[in-house]
Ligand binder design. Structure first.
Ligand SMILES: [Zn+2]
Length: 263
């Protein structure tokens, strides 16, 4: 969304405040959501700073193939580029959807770049588009479940927090806010889905995406253990494939979804 004048910005901000306050009178879930968001952000300050564990860069599959170092961890990112491009090409123009699929596309490039030479400097370019994608998913869920306009307006502050979390890591070495960017959607999305009725069909695609994302995290954790089974593919390569499959489920959702209640 572009604000042509400060009046546009003020009217949008007023709308959001009115919408929130209007709902707060009779909608406890919105209040719960906002309290959770603020409490979890404040809670970050109680945690000690989190530094990047350098053993994170030491992946199980180090094979060079066709002159490409860490070949499978690099090429297993190409599906993100294809899915991101398909989303941008096929879907209805909507800023939250565009940002999400642009984030997925750039994650493909950023992650491939990181895996060619894994270190903190290259990881920055992997995490930056991922942080944007996580925040865009949250904005899309708010659009779909709570209020379309609120989600569209919240997209930009959420994306700003995502980008800022990565810059903060770069500037201070502290990963707490990036941890929140990953953790908060895992808390907020189930609540949004449980507490608010669906306005669109296709909720099952979101559930499939969540299950595939959980599988991806599992593969990531068992990187070496999976690679030790025959040295075929590592857990981290399978993580990329499972995460890309989750993105396909999200793409299918947006391709198939139909409005089921008028706003
Ligand atoms: Zn990776």
């Amino acid at each position: 969304m572009k604000y042509r004048t400060t009046t546009d910005f003020t009217s949008h901000s007023c709308y959001l405040a009115q919408m929130m306050l209007g709902r707060l009178k009779n909608s406890r879930p919105v209040l719960v959501f906002l309290v959770l968001m603020i409490a979890s952000l404040v809670g970050l300050l109680l945690l000690p700073p989190i530094a990047q564990d350098q053993s994170y860069h030491d992946f199980a599959d180090q094979r060079t193939l066709l002159g490409v170092p860490h070949f499978w961890n690099v090429v297993s990112n190409f599906p993100f580029i294809a899915i991101g491009a398909a989303g941008l090409w096929q879907l209805r123009r909507d800023p939250a959807i565009d940002v999400l699929f642009l984030g997925i596309l750039l994650t493909g490039f950023g992650s491939a770049y990181y895996h060619l030479d894994p270190n903190d400097r290259t990881l920055f370019w992997d995490r930056l588009p991922m942080a944007v994608s996580f925040m865009a998913i949250l904005a899309n869920a708010i659009e779909e479940r709570v209020d379309a306009k609120a989600g569209a307006i919240l997209l930009w502050p959420l994306v700003a927090v995502g980008v800022f979390s990565i810059l903060l890591w770069r500037w201070t070495g502290d990963l707490r806010l990036y941890g929140w960017v990953q953790f908060f959607p895992c808390l907020a999305l189930p609540l949004l889905f449980l507490l608010f009725p669906a306005k669109y069909s296709g909720t099952s695609y979101w559930l499939i995406a969540a299950a595939l994302y959980a599988l991806a995290k599992l593969f990531e954790f068992y990187d070496s253990a999976i690679y030790s089974i025959g040295s075929i593919l590592s857990g981290h390569t399978l993580k990329h494939i499972a995460a890309a499959a989750a993105c396909v489920a999200v793409l299918r959702h947006f391709q198939k979804r139909r409005l089921i209640t008028s706003e």
